[in-house]
Design a protein around this ligand. Structure first.
Ligand code: FAD
Ligand code: SF4
Length: 506
């Protein structure tokens, strides 16, 4: 009997509650899953990201089969594989002659266009907490799309951390309590281990043979690849690291790549965890008195606020968003983003752990590697490609707004009311890197001056006209005006000399 419908499950859709699987009749419908080369190479993804997605897909196919679902699974090493979604959907239609092909809307513009062109009916991705239409309605007519106000709407809409109409504790946001640096002697509990099973080991061999020349270490792969593992990781996080998550959310420390962070974006983004379940579990821990409010609220804000907000913004502004270059940035990405050998201790720590773990936490991405790219004026396409290729949790819908909008201000302020630009003083306050660095964080000129210092003032001076009417930039612009012109000129000359060495203009 020919199948009534073919149900597509893409690599980041490994969720049993996927809308494409609703009303699936195991006797008549067939699930199609495809491993295609194009998705591993459209940017050169970190080998751990490729292993994660392929292994999660293979485990998910097993989970479906164990429920009696028939799965047509195209493997990467299938000699007939055309290595594109469009090609594989066409081949599967040829094999099954289904009445209909059904998918859940892909989370990336590029993939949506490809799938739509292949004659697929797309359903809403109901795993997110805000429908795209909800975000559009919220955004309509607003001059500024500030996350904080969207987040409050989401708190009201979901009832998370609410007492009636009021936020629990009386405040919407406890961020002011969440900016501590790590005290000496406080050692974060190590994250759980997920030793690769036979399926993952097979995928690791495949990835090593095909993508071994991509940036990043494959050995040490330790990401959850099933819903059960992801749930285990979440439970351990809530019990062991969440209580101090809020306090040290912005901290950075030598030899502590993960601190009190959740390490759950990889699982959320490929469907092994659902954001509502994560928020409910965190809220339950708070209500049971197991975690303080600043930790629970800080964490829920990331998932319910930021994650949903960047997704809404992505679909509201694409495809034009990606082409914006508001700060007219054109320098190439310095080589040290691939080697971790800049001599800047904070940069090399963030890049080195990115190479080894396919992970860096938010402040490293924003205030170290992102801040450097912003100050240096690196071309947005180069910066976006780097972030999209080096992290295990990277998918364009979440990477692009965070990089293009939040980190390098290439969207001209759609996302953030001012650039997240900072000098070495910020990094020194939030980390212990500077004490062991070759550069001197207290110096802005001369031998050994910290590059973040002269680059910061060069950035402020370079864009002084552009930000003259931005009240949130009044303080740095005021300080710049009070500086002796010779000193500003000296810092700017140092910046040009430094940038011409590490990132000469084309
Ligand atoms: P935690 O610190 O424990 O936070 C909990 C969860 O909140 C995360 O798992 C994530 O799902 C969510 N979250 C937190 N901040 C954000 C945010 N700004 N946007 C969306 N979700 C958020 N996140 C990605 O998932 N994929 C990306 O490709 C990505 N690229 C980024 C690029 C830049 C330049 C920046 C500044 C941030 C980027 N982020 C990205 C956001 C954030 O850095 C990661 O979600 C976070 O570091 C993941 O680690 P974690 O699970 O330990 O997070
Ligand atoms: Fe980074 Fe400057 Fe501190 Fe070195 S001195 S770790 S370059 S901020």
């Amino acid at each position: 009997m020919k199948p009534r419908s073919l149900r597509l499950v893409l690599g980041d859709q490994c969720s049993l509650s996927l809308s494409a699987l609703e009303d699936l009749d195991p006797k008549r419908d067939v699930v199609l899953m495809m491993e295609v080369q194009a998705e591993c190479t459209y940017v050169r993804h970190h080998p751990q990201k490729i292993v994660l997605v392929l292994s999660a897909m293979r485990h998910f196919a097993e989970a479906l089969r164990s429920r009696g679902v028939s799965v047509d699974y195209v493997r990467l090493d299938d000699p007939e594989n055309t290595h594109s979604f469009a090609g594989e959907i066409a081949r599967a239609i040829g094999r099954h002659a289904p009445e209909q092909v059904i998918a859940t809307q892909p989370n990336e513009w590029r993939v949506l266009k490809e799938i739509e062109g292949a004659g697929v009916d797309c359903r809403e991705d109901t795993r997110f907490l805000a429908e795209i239409s909800f975000f559009r309605r919220w955004a309509q007519g607003k001059k500024q799309l500030r996350m904080e106000y969207f987040y409050r709407e989401m708190r009201r809409a979901t009832g998370l951390l609410m007492e009636g109409e009021q936020p629990v504790g009386g405040e919407w946001n406890y961020d002011a309590n969440n900016r501590k640096s790590l005290p000496r002697g406080l050692i974060p509990p190590p994250p759980p281990q997920f030793p690769p099973d036979a399926i993952t080991r097979e995928v690791m061999d495949l990835v090593a043979s095909r993508f071994g020349n991509h940036f990043g270490r494959l050995e040490g792969f330790n990401w959850p690849v099933t819903a059960a593992e992801a749930q285990g990781a979440l439970s351990r996080f809530i019990a062991e690291r969440l209580p101090l998550f809020g306090d040290y959310q912005d901290a950075m420390a030598e030899g502590e790549p993960t601190l009190f962070h959740g390490l759950i974006s990889t699982s959320l983004n490929c469907g092994l965890l659902l954001p509502r379940d994560v928020c409910d579990a965190v809220q339950a821990a708070y209500r049971a008195g197991l975690v303080p409010l600043n930790a629970a609220e800080g964490f829920i804000r990331q998932v319910l606020g930021w994650r949903e907000y960047v997704r809404g913004l992505y679909w509201l502004k694409m495809p034009g968003y990606k082409a914006l270059n508001a700060l007219d940035a054109h320098r190439p990405l310095p080589e040290f983003y691939w080697t971790a050998q800049s001599g800047m201790r904070c940069m090399d720590a963030a890049i080195g752990q990115t190479r080894d773990l396919a992970y860096a936490h938010h402040i490293q991405r924003l205030m170290v590697t992102g801040n450097f790219a912003l100050l240096a004026g690196i071309d947005p396409d180069a910066v976006n490609d780097w972030y999209l290729s080096v992290y295990a949790d990277a998918y364009e819908w979440v990477e692009l707004p965070n990089t293009h909008g939040m980190a390098i201000h290439a969207d001209g302020g759609i996302m953030a009311s001012k650039p997240y630009a900072a000098s070495g003083a910020y990094i020194n306050r939030m980390s212990n890197h500077c004490a062991k660095c070759n550069f001197d964080v207290k110096r802005a000129t001369g031998e050994g001056a910290c590059p973040f210092n002269f680059l910061y003032w060069d950035f402020i001076a370079r864009h002084a006209g552009r930000f003259a009417n931005n009240p949130r930039m009044a303080m740095p612009l005021g300080t710049l005006r009070k500086m002796a012109p010779d000193r500003v000129a000296e810092m700017r000359a140092e910046a040009t000399k430094f940038l011409d060495e590490v990132s000469p203009l084309p």
